[in-house]
Design a protein around this ligand. Sequence first.
Ligand code: PMP
Length: 447
Amino acid sequence: MTHLLHRAIHAKLPVAVRGEGVRLFDAEGRAYIDASGGAAVSCLGHAHPDVLAALHAQLDRMAYAHTGFFTTEAAERLADRLVADAPDGLDHVYLVSGGSEAIEAALKMARQYFVEKGEPQRRHIIARRQSYHGNTLGALAAGGNEWRRAQFRPLLVETHHIDPCFAYRLQQSGESDADYAARAAGQLEAKILELGADQVIAFVAETVVGATAGAVPPVADYLKRVRAICDKYGVLLILDEVMCGMGRTGTLHACEQDGVVPDLMTIAKGLGGGYQPVGAVLLSSAIFQAFAEGSGFFQHGHTYMAHPMAAAAGLAVQEIIRRDGLLQNVVTMGDYLETCLVERLGNHHHVGDIRGRGLFRAIELVADRAVKFPFDPGLKLNGRIKKEAMARGLMVYPMGGTIDGQRGDHVLLAPPFILTREDVDQIVERLGDAVDAAIASLSRAAG
Ligand code: PMP
């Protein structure tokens, strides 16, 4: 009998024993092409020799030093690297162990900023439906994935949700992008006014939505409008780039493509590429100054924050991405991936949308393309696609998002940045076959 909860619940999961480049291998010797980077994590692929060397070197010197006593060279160098590459204005870094921790820290930083500034009455966070910000209670409260929140709702702090900017689902037919951007961002202004402009702390949103809706980029100008509305009412803008950031969309930060700089940005996943658990908050000098001139510290902390091994992993991964010019490959392979997806699945009866940026792409499955009606969630189509894909040696990230109150199905692709055209061909061929097989299994189940 296994004592590992994960195994006890998911008895049939293969045991991963080795990774190499874009592939993982299980204990039976089967190879899986990692087309999802796990959960959009493994941006450099597996067992990259230069990352391993950097980790060995750090481990030989020192594995751990608590931030209450010391700072470390690894953490300082990573912070310098991140600020050197960050949009202007984001000039301090708070290092943590993952995405949920980064969101928790960002929310608390936003609140403490207003306390320091003498506006302690500000207490509301506005976020969006169909978003995911993590599984800890604060992050879950901010997130808008009803399926994940439902049973924990009594424990969640009150957060206010508006619609996401989701063109496929929410843009009206005949509505221009500009009109839709204005309408979607207008919801934020209306919510701020409803709550009281001097009562709102921050608006938090994923720049490109990941796990809950599947690689949904905003339409042009949406985030610029959001930024202007936040500025108008003195509300902080937190962009969650835990999944879509650190090169995944073809620019280091996804918001560069939207011409917007947030006050706080969360990053994780691709920051350390899975070599160590690491996340971070990038914060504006105004927020830093408020802490420095106020109480003198940020009232927060975790035992493993700024862990030297995590910082060494993040630094190595980020330096290799720069050194090897991998963002260019994200753009080139991202475009090729989109072309192949459109070729193989663009006319598929049950593929309603193909979307995303860079190597952050998704397909959305629908029962009826004409009216975009989702499959019955009870059929668990996304789980079936995952099963068929794994049987074909392909890792994809299937999820059911909440669409108009119902769960819809999408499949997210987030492969490593070192991907080749041959890898893309193999991914799309296997994905196409897995989708067909999963849909065929629905009619067998019905019959
Ligand atoms: N924010 C976003 C946008 C995410 O996609 C995730 C993880 N899927 C998180 C936060 C939480 O990160 P973690 O799982 O590392 O806590």
